[in-house]
Design a protein around this ligand. Structure first.
Ligand code: UT7
Length: 330
């Protein structure tokens, strides 16, 4: 019997309606379109307004429904719903459980997965391992974040970067050798001082003082994170190529986390890739944390061919980072 691999067989996505442009941010903080564009590549991002919907689950459900509609599957068949997110609806109760119920996946179990901007990448590893084990046949992996819920729109160092969005993929068994081929995943807890949210968790529960000190917003030492991200994302992408004997001409597409165009360019450079093979939509969505990778898959799905070699790379808070090599299956 041929080896069971885990392939992506469908994608879906959703971004909220409200578009926040660089010009709008110029009115909120001391910044300008030229600075944001040249330092990050971002032109606009989407924000989930209360009038449209509330919570990360709203985005996740929309992305999952898009996939279910396109693939025309019965939600009853889904075995597991994973929601990769850094902004769950609330503490304790699983956001994924709510999403699974809302989309009608009544035979599924469901849980959240948190590894900051690497959440979706690590989720690909989790979903694939379950499929390869032979225990489950349909796993819905959703990357969703409502970053606007933890952004201080008076802090120009973070509010220009992040946006809201969601993307979903379906993992299924494959016997043609397609799907996930290899992964190289890493973490370093020393990184948490450079990027995170101080209060609201078990270490610093919410108090009047934490609120007054703005500790329920994301903080980032951008320069330090940038240095770690540039070297680590390029390192792991190169490692995956060497380990799998992939030349630059063998790589069909680089699917990089969308944190900063300069980080993406540096990774592509190290891999020796032509810009035409580098997937990018940061200009339209900014950094949507767990949603960047599936949003790329959804936006560029029509360009992929069966057997294409995709190299994913991400870097995020924690620190967490890694690379995955996957053969496209349809
Ligand atoms: O996805 C999770 C991982 N996150 C990342 O990978 C993000 C990594 N970091 C970055 O992308 C970049 O560091 C930023 C985009 C956050 C910042 O770019 P930078 O080139 O590292 O700028 P900087 O922080 O070194 O700031 C340069 C200057 C400073 O002014 P002075 O000290 O030179 O006078 C900042 O105060 O730019 C100033 N600045 C701004 N100016 C206009 C900082 N933010 C802004 C702003 N508009 N929004």
């Amino acid at each position: 019997m041929s080896k069971l691999t885990a392939a992506i067989t469908a994608v879906g996505s959703y971004v909220p309606n409200f578009v926040m442009t660089n010009e709008m941010l110029e009115k909120l903080v001391d910044t300008n379109d030229e600075w944001i564009t040249s330092r990050t590549g971002i032109k606009e991002r989407r924000i989930l307004k209360k009038e449209e919907g509330e919570g990360t689950s709203y985005l996740a459900i929309k992305a999952a429904e898009d996939l279910i509609r396109k693939k025309n599957i019965n939600p009853d068949e889904i075995d597991l719903v994973l929601v990769a997110t850094a902004t769950p609806d609330s503490m304790v109760a699983s956001t994924a459980a709510f999403v699974a119920s809302e989309i009608g996946a009544k035979n599924a179990f469901a849980y959240d997965l948190l590894a900051a901007c690497s959440s979706f990448l690590f989720g690909m590893s989790t979903a694939s391992s379950y499929i390869e084990s032979g225990r489950y046949k349909k796993i819905l992996l959703i990357g969703a974040d409502k970053m606007s819920s933890i952004i201080n729109y008076e802090d120009r160092t973070t509010c220009i970067i992040f946006g809201d969005g969601a993307g979903a993929v379906l993992f299924e068994p494959n016997t043609e050798g397609l799907g996930l081929q290899d992964e190289y995943l890493r973490a370093d807890g020393n990184g948490r001082k450079f990027l995170g949210m101080i209060a609201g968790g078990s270490m610093h529960p919410a108090t009047h003082e934490t609120i007054d000190a703005h500790q329920h917003y994301i903080y980032q030492d951008g320069k330090s994170v940038f240095k770690f991200a540039v070297s680590n994302m390029a390192d792991v992408a190169e490692k995956i190529m060497v380990r799998n004997d992939l030349k630059n001409t063998d790589v069909s597409w680089l699917v990089p986390h969308q944190a900063n165009k300069r980080i993406i360019d540096a990774t592509a450079n190290r891999m020796g890739l032509d810009a035409s093979k580098v997937l990018m939509n940061i200009q339209r969505y900014g950094n949507t944390t767990s949603a960047t990778l599936p949003l790329l898959l959804a936006d560029f799905e029509s360009k992929f061919k069966k057997g294409d070699n995709l190299v994913f790379a991400a870097f995020g808070g924690g620190f967490t980072w890694g690379s995955i090599y996957l053969k496209w299956a349809y």
